[in-house]
Design a protein. Structure first.
Length: 180
């Protein structure tokens, strides 16, 4: 499934093995230059190829946003927790290439991701957002219907700082056709 969204120049499609190099480069920026992820070392291209393959084989969406043939961002869902009772709850991740923020690409990627997650039977989506004083990710998720579900205080330590995480939640059950 390929989606063309409100941004006429953005095409959203399922991630492919060949996208892993671009995904790795985007994420490496956030690992090395920011506190928005608690990763300390950037995953390799092979790690991303494995994650794309594992997501697809498990039936979970992993998408990329492409503009003029260039990957400008990606989004995916992963299990919230591994215990079987959590099987209908997923965690989302959305990342944009440096210089591609503020253009509506994140909003489009997240909307597409939520629709695909709903199709796979997800009922709840959790966003775990590092509270670094930069509200863009919180605004992105609130704009997509997420509400704050909690705060975990000083659970991460990176670049010499203790970092809280905000938990935001989106209920997809109201848009699903019947129980799953």
């Amino acid at each position: 499934m390929t989606s063309i969204v409100a941004n006429a120049d953005l095409i959203i499609r399922a991630a492919a093995n060949a996208d892993a190099e671009h995904i790795a480069a985007i994420f490496a920026h956030y690992v090395t230059s920011t506190m928005v992820t608690f990763e300390l070392e950037p995953p390799t291209v092979q790690d991303w190829q494995d994650k794309v393959r594992e997501s697809q084989s498990a039936g979970r969406p992993f998408v990329v946003g492409v503009v003029s043939g260039q990957v400008v961002g990606y989004a995916y869902v992963s299990p919230w927790r591994l215990k079987p009772a959590y099987r209908h709850t997923v965690e989302d991740s959305v990342y944009l290439a440096p210089g591609r923020t503020g253009l509506g690409y994140g909003r489009s990627l997240l909307a597409d991701l939520l629709a695909r997650a709903c199709e796979t039977g997800a009922r709840q989506v959790i966003a775990v957002i590092a509270d670094t004083g930069h509200p863009a990710s919180v605004r992105l998720h609130q704009g997509a219907g997420f509400t704050q579900a909690g705060r975990l205080r000083q659970v991460g330590f990176k670049h010499g700082h203790w970092i809280d995480t905000l938990l935001l939640q989106r209920d997809l059950s109201t848009v699903m056709a019947g129980p799953r």
